[in-house]
Structures are given as structure tokens and as C-alpha cells.
Write a protein that binds this ligand. Structure first.
Ligand SMILES: *Cc1c(COP(=O)(O)O)cnc(C)c1O
Length: 239
């Protein structure tokens, strides 16, 4: 094995142990939680190694970087998640490789994703991104909408050809009432997810938790955790 492969295998084992113990502590089955490895700033060669090591879900947050990386890994059976703020002029590109867009936060984006998905004959899974620190009717600094906007977006996705409403996503807020309270933030997200499922029963995916707080996310009930740093290492700059 190459040094990098050994390093990634060791890191993956540690993350796997963290997820497994968090599941055990929460009385959840390990299969209830899917690991998504966030590969932003790292090369396609790392994605390839991760695939060899059993990873099947990867995430990226910038189209300029993700598009060539996904193309270089097109032969691998990977599910690609897009988790970054998405401009409508990037939608056609993102739809060509992403299976799931986790950062849906405005109706204009839904319209644009739907048109691109139909054009490509693809079905794109959509998560609505919640910003727990956003004012009612507003959006968060790092994308996402305030919770009062969930239903409008959920209905828009439900009614949009080529799109599938999969659930909710959040990033633990750095400001506001939930700053530093990841567990409470993720529990709040779960409440929104339960309410949303009343009208949209198939939308059962809840994406929460990163390297620093995946245990809180698993304890709260997240179905997907998005881990970058703990698998790949500290990124050279904020990605
Ligand atoms: C970068 C990123 C992650 C991973 O963060 P780490 O702290 O490196 O694990 C998760 N979610 C989103 C939306 C990200 O942009």
C-alpha cells in the first residue's frame, strides 16, 4: 500500500469507529447512518483510493473543482453529493455529475435544477438546507433558509419534474441561539424533518454532522454525516 492509502485507511477506520460507537450509544443500528466523505480540495487520486477502501458517497462544494474530479472518477460507482452554495449558472454542470444536491435553498434554484435534470434525463435528489441562525424569511450566511421556508421549498421540489425530495440538511450554526450547541441544533433539525415527513413521507434523509460534531448528529438521529478533515486531513485553507 502507498503511504497515502495507509493514511486514508487508518483515518477511515477511526471515523468508522466513531460512527459505530455513536450509533451504539444512541441505540441505533450502524446501517442507519451513511458516511459521506467530503473530498473538497483533495485530488481525484484520493477519491479513487477512498473508493478502493469502500467509500461509496463523496461530497464536493464547488463546481469548478468538482466537475473535473467527478469526470476523472466517472468509472467508479460513487454517489456524488453537492453540498455548497449553488449559483444557477452552475446548475447545468452540477446536474451532469451530482446525484444529490444537499444545498437547495430557494425556489429559483429548484426551477433551474429541474430544467437541467429534465434536459439530461436525470433524477436529482434534493435536500433542503436549513440555516438555524437565519431570521424568518431570510437565508443564512453559508446558504440555507430559515425553517419557516421549508414547506414552500418542499412543495416546489415535489412538484418539479426530474427532482426527488430526499430530506433536510444543515451545518451547525456559528452564530445565533444554537452557536456551540450542536446537539440541540441537530435535534431541532430532526423536529423539522419529522414535520416535513407528514406531508412528504419519502423525504427521510437527514444530513448533519461533520468531523467535529458527527457524534452529536448521530445521537440526534441523522441518517447521513459529512466528514472531510477526519478522513483526508486538514485542508490547506477553508474550503
Ligand atoms: C467541508 C464541509 C464538510 C466537512 O467538514 P469537515 O469539518 O472537514 O469534516 C461538511 N459539510 C459541508 C457543507 C462542508 O462544506
Amino acid at each position: 500500500m502507498t503511504d497515502r492509502r495507509i493514511e486514508l485507511a487508518g483515518n477511515l477506520n477511526m471515523v468508522e469507529e466513531r460512527i459505530a460507537s455513536a450509533c451504539a450509544a444512541a441505540g441505533r443500528k450502524r446501517e442507519e447512518v451513511t458516511l459521506i466523505v467530503v473530498t473538497k480540495t483533495y485530488p481525484a487520486s484520493d477519491v479513487r483510493l477512498l473508493h478502493e477502501l469502500g467509500v461509496r458517497h463523496v461530497a464536493e462544494n464547488r463546481d469548478q473543482e468538482a466537475a473535473p474530479k467527478a469526470a476523472a472518477c466517472a468509472d467508479l460507482n460513487l454517489t456524488w453529493h453537492f453540498v455548497g452554495q449553488l449559483q444557477t449558472n452552475k446548475v447545468r454542470s452540477v446536474v451532469s455529475y451530482a446525484d444529490v444536491v444537499q444545498s437547495v435553498d430557494r425556489v429559483k434554484l429548484v426551477t433551474s435544477l429541474s430544467a437541467a435534470a429534465v434536459r439530461d434525463g436525470r433524477e436529482i435528489g434534493c435536500l433542503i438546507q436549513i440555516a438555524l441562525d437565519a431570521e424568518e424569511g431570510a437565508r443564512g450566511d453559508r446558504g440555507g433558509i430559515a425553517a419557516d421556508g421549508i414547506e414552500q421549498l418542499a412543495s416546489a421540489v415535489d412538484g418539479a419534474p426530474g427532482l426527488r425530495l430526499d430530506g433536510l440538511m444543515t451545518v451547525a450554526p456559528l452564530a445565533g441561539p444554537y452557536a456551540g450547541r450542536q446537539r440541540a441544533a441537530f435535534e431541532r433539525l430532526m423536529e423539522f424533518a419529522s414535520s416535513m415527513r407528514v406531508g412528504h413521507p419519502a423525504a427521510n434523509m437527514v444530513s448533519a454532522g461533520m468531523s467535529a460534531d458527527l457524534e452529536d448528529a448521530v445521537a440526534a438521529g441523522a441518517t447521513h454525516v459529512r466528514v472531510g478533515t477526519s478522513v483526508l486531513g486538514v485542508r490547506p485553507r477553508l474550503g
